[in-house]
Design a protein around this ligand. Structure first.
Ligand SMILES: [Zn+2]
Length: 178
């Protein structure tokens, strides 16, 4: 028997406040210098160098904040937490992430999942990714299974290869909940 399928009709309303899903991407870089702590993904990692920045310079949390803000066209981390503001001097980036999550919740969205990549030569971050995922999940109100943290080197090329700096990328998906 042949069943004729009715055509599916999609209605697209060009107003993000009524869209079910939004995607965002973020990228961040920091220099690495001796005499600084190395914070990545909300976790302090023992290393001979740390990331340089106005805040605690957590490259992964900053990339995630930018992805969250980007998903809702809310500008970037520099707009919300300017590095010229003394209030953010050496601030724990977990606070910045919590404030960013509060912003997207205020807009009626919650996080579905995050996929991130770190790019650094040293140290190996695999021993710390479980703790990073747990930390970020706790702030974002999702489970660790919804957070991916990958890592790569640049095969000794460029500023990452020379261990002068590190970088992070993040993609997030948001879902409208109210
Ligand atoms: Zn940063």
């Amino acid at each position: 028997m042949h069943i004729k399928q009715a055509p599916t009709v999609y209605i697209c309303i060009l107003n993000y406040k009524s869209m079910a899903y939004r995607i965002g991407t973020g990228i961040d870089f920091h220099q690495l210098k001796e005499g600084r702590d190395l914070w990545i993904g909300g976790v302090k990692i023992p290393h001979s160098k740390g990331a340089v920045g106005h805040s605690d310079a957590d490259v992964l949390l900053h990339a995630i904040c930018d992805a969250l803000l980007g998903a809702l066209c809310l500008g970037d981390i520099g707009v919300h937490f300017p590095d010229t503001d003394a209030a953010y001097k050496n601030i724990d980036s977990k606070i910045l992430l919590a404030q960013t999550i509060a912003l997207i919740k205020k807009e009626g969205y919650s996080v579905v999942n995050m996929d991130t990549s770190l790019c650094l030569e040293e140290p190996k971050i695999k021993p710390y990714t479980a703790q990073m995922r747990k930390t970020i999940a706790g702030i974002a109100g999702i489970t660790e299974k919804d957070i991916s943290i990958k890592a790569t080197t640049t095969e000794k090329m460029g500023f990452v290869g020379r261990e002068e700096g590190l970088m992070a990328y993040a993609s997030v998906l948001l879902e409208k909940v109210v």
